[in-house]
Structure formats: C-alpha cells, structure tokens
Design a binder for this molecule. Structure first.
Ligand code: LLP
Length: 425
C-alpha cells in the first residue's frame, strides 16, 4: 500500500510536493534545489517496520544514500537506526540522535581512528570486510580495554543482476570475505583474538535489485554458514542482509518490502536471529525531486540542447552510470502538455565536460527559456554524491511537510567554496 504513495502530483497543471507548489519553492529558494517529502519518508519507513513486525529486527538506514542530519533525525524518530561507512557518517548519526546500539558500521577501509570513534560510541557491530581489518579492530579494542562486537561481511558470490558499478556480491568485487574462507576466519579469530566478539554475519550484494532471487540465494548461503558455525560453538545473534531493494525510476516493476521480508522469514525460520537490513535507496529514492531551470535552448544540426542550471556536480548518476531519471516540466499549459509538440532534448548542465548531462534524447513538451524541470527519484545518491566541481556551490535542500517548507541545508556560498583555503603561499 505504501508503494503507491506519490507526493509529487500535478494539481491544476502544476506539480506539487505534498501541499506546496514546486514553482513556489523554486521562486522562493532558487534552483537547483532538492525537495524532499516528509510524508513519503515516513510511509517508506513504516513499510519496512511493518513488514518486519513479528520478527526481531533492526532497520539501519544506509546514510550514504542521503546524509542530511534532518533526514536521519526523522528516520531515527520513527525507530530506524543507521548503517554507516565512515567517521563522518558516524558524526552525522550522532548529531541526529541515533543511539550507538542502533548503528552498524560497514565499508572496506575503516581507519584506526574511525574504529576507535565507533567503539567509543558503543555501536551495535562492525561489518568486517577483511582479515586484516579484524586484526586492527582487535588491536584498537585491546588498547581501549573493550571487546568489539563484529560481524563478517561475506561475499556470497551471487549475481545481483544489476548495473556492474553497483554489484558488490560477486567474487570479483572488492567487498566482503569470500564465503568459503569466512568459516575458517570466524573459527580462528574466535579462538585467537580476545578483543573481538562475533555477534553476526552480513552480506550486501548490490543496489537497485528488482529481482528477489539473488536475495534468497545469498540468504540461503548465509544460513548454511550460520549453522556450520553454530555446530562449532560460534553462536550468532544477528543476520544483516544489507540494502539493495530497487525502486521505480521509470516503468520497471519492483518488489514490495513485504515480499523481501517474507523471503528472509522463510530462509531463517527456526533460527533465533535478529534480522538487520540496511536500506538506502528504497527508503529515500523517491522521496525527492531536484528542481532545475532551463537557462538556454540551443539547436545543432542534430540535436536540441536544453542547458539547465544543474549539472553533474549536482546530480551525478546520469553521467556516472548512464542512469535514467524521469524529467518533467513543473508547469504544464492549462490545456495539458499533450497539446504541445514533443521534441527530443539532451538536458545538459553548465559543467565543462561532455559527460555533463541529466538526460539524452529525452522527449519533452517543447521547452522555453526559464521553464522549470523536476528531475525525479533524486532522493538517493543525489545530493549525497554532489560536489563543488567547477567551483559550483552545492544546492539547497528543502523538506516539505504538508504545507510547511523547511531549509534543511542552506545553499552554499562562495565563502563556503574556499573554506579552509588560506592564502599562505
Ligand atoms: N549497505 C551497504 C554495505 C552498501 O554498500 C549500500 C550501498 C547499502 C547498504 C544501501 O544500498 P541501497 O539500499 O541504497 O541499494 N551510487 C549508486 C549506489 C551505490 C550503492 C552503494 N552501497 C547509485 O546511485 O545508484
């Protein structure tokens, strides 16, 4: 039921976020801007919590998808924890009031300082990605005279059937410890490393998965490992199945959260485990649009270019992955857009790179200078992957709650661009 929630609808030929017209937002706060719907975030969070109800669970939002501390706070108040991958994300989670016991720490390259910070905050567990990392965690924990809770992130060698850049669970990927080696590492480390305690097992096989079979295959492999370890005296409490559930960017059909949860209930039935999930995109992806304005129209012999005021520094996914994100005109003509001829546009940004585009050959009702466009599904890996390339100040982030609009991150200024650069040469 929550899948159908759509906060960005047209009323009287103009697009809204909840009860606020996007054109009014652009007029007041300028473009480019990210506009998030609080109602959508809440609905998606509840979808996860309700799907897992009846089983011991913890939903740890994957902070990298959209890291604004206001978003983390909203999700935290609904009962979610966080999946972090850096000391910076830990800092954000703390500011947002997420307690340590609801934080899991993933990532292949944790430093000693980051491990220490996480131990000080008493996180739930580390998802360890190599034997060398296990040793470092043990060493840091020994220095602090504590015992570090850990899970091993296993690489189950399952093809997630998604874009190669966002596949992580194949044996050629850098992530996790091959599942065949994991058992030996659990057993030897359990006997030798006195400052770690194994509490779980983890796997995350990739992102934007629209087929549930790889989730089942990975979970089945984890179950085998959990049972083998249990038979040898290593009892685990948590099974962390990562994130990865896909969302609708265009017309793809995507599974419901409940279908995913049911697979895990089925695979782990009879075992006394807490199920941990690390969703990112499926919580926040469709919670936001990015608004951008048409600066110029330009025609070449072969193409119509719409040059807009958002570039690859603001939204990298189309350039980096060739990702498709819907683009719509915010204001349609009173008689409906279908009355206007459609043209194919390359929607390009102001950055000095040919790879700077938001869409290629996209059919849109004929555009005019000044038109406002909404780039859809911009909530996940949108603002969080934005940069200052070409010395462009990053966009403002806004949260809509009914008819209220709150600035949750101010537009950066030129001063912000040079912060920390001192003319000391
Ligand atoms: N857990 C771990 C360990 C991860 O590496 C990720 C995402 C997640 C959870 C959350 O996955 P999600 O539920 O969002 O699929 N920038 C790419 C996506 C990179 C995903 C990285 N890891 C994109 O824009 O498509």
């Amino acid at each position: 039921m929550f899948m159908d929630m759509e906060p960005f609808i047209y009323k009287n030929n103009t697009r809204y976020c909840e009860d606020v017209a996007l054109a009014d937002i652009a007029a007041e706060f300028g473009t480019p801007c990210y506009v998030y719907s609080k109602a959508f975030l809440s609905a998606r969070s509840r979808a996860y919590l309700e799907a897992l109800a009846g089983h011991k669970h913890l939903v740890c939002y994957s902070v990298k998808a959209a890291s604004n501390i206001n978003l983390l706070k909203i999700l935290g108040e609904l009962g979610l924890g966080c999946d972090i991958v850096s000391g910076g994300e830990l800092f954000r989670a703390k500011l947002a009031g997420i307690p340590g016991e609801k934080i899991v720490y993933s990532g292949v390259g944790k430093t000693a300082a980051e491990i220490r910070q996480a131990l000080e905050y008493k996180i739930l567990f580390f998802n360890v990605e190599s034997a060398a990392e296990l040793h470092l965690i043990n060493q840091v924990a020994a220095e602090m005279a504590v015992v570090a809770p850990v899970a091993i992130r296993v690489n189950p060698d399952v093809d997630p059937l998604t874009h190669p850049y966002i596949s992580t669970g194949l044996k050629e990927n850098k992530f996790g410890i091959p599942i065949d080696e994991a058992e030996r590492i659990y057993l030897t480390a359990n006997a030798k490393l006195k400052n770690i305690k194994f509490v779980g097992v983890d796997s995350h096989i990739g992102s934007q998965l629209t087929n549930l079979t790889p989730f089942r295959d990975a979970a089945l492999r984890l179950r085998v490992l959990i049972e083998k370890l249990s038979a040898q005296g290593v009892e685990l409490k948590y099974v962390d199945l990562g994130g990865g559930l896909g969302i609708k960017y265009d017309s793809e059909s995507v599974p419901e959260v409940q279908q995913l949860a049911d697979i895990f209930f089925d695979v782990f039935s009879g075992l006394d485990l807490t199920i941990v999930l690390e969703p990112g995109r499926s919580l926040v992806g469709n919670s936001a649009v990015m608004l951008t304005k048409v600066l110029y129209l330009k025609q070449s012999l072969e193409k119509n270019f719409a040059i807009v005021d958002a570039g690859m520094n603001d939204l990298l996914r189309p350039s980096l992955y060739g990702a498709f994100q819907k683009i719509d005109k915010v204001c349609l003509l009173a008689n409906g857009s279908s009355a206007i001829p459609q043209l194919n546009y390359d929607i390009v940004g102001p950055i000095c790179e040919s790879g700077d585009f938001l869409a290629k050959a996209r059919a849109l009702p004929q555009l005019v200078q000044g038109d406002l466009l909404a780039v859809g599904s911009a909530g996940a890996y949108g603002f969080s992957m934005s940069s200052n390339y070409n010395s462009r100040a990053r966009a403002v982030e806004l949260l809509v709650d009914g008819s209220a609009v709150t600035v949750i991150r101010e537009r950066e200024t030129y001063e912000d661009l040079v912060k920390g650069e001192n003319l000391g040469c």
